[in-house]
Write a protein that binds this ligand. Sequence first.
Ligand SMILES: [Zn+2]
Length: 108
Amino acid sequence: MKSELSKEKIKCQCGKWTKPKEFNIDGIKIRGSECSACGETYFNAEDANQALIYNKIKNEVLTGKVAKSGNSFVVRLPKRLVEALNLTAGETVTISVENPRTVKIVCG
Ligand SMILES: [Zn+2]
């Protein structure tokens, strides 16, 4: 449902109907709609809220703890980070080594 483009039609403040549109604001996809008459934009509340959560956390330095799970190691991520990245348990992420002390994790 999250990746589906909003199909909701919203009546604009100018009286015309808006057209569904996906916006990309700072790399974040936000569903919404745009009025072709006056250019007014409307954002999906859930997506806009997700963008706010992300913006709050994006410049913070967070810590995670390494733990052992069987023969593997897991890094526990702060709940706030998981929410900001919209991660779910069981999701596959891509991990690459940037340098001897840095790894990059790409979600989705
Ligand atoms: Zn309008």
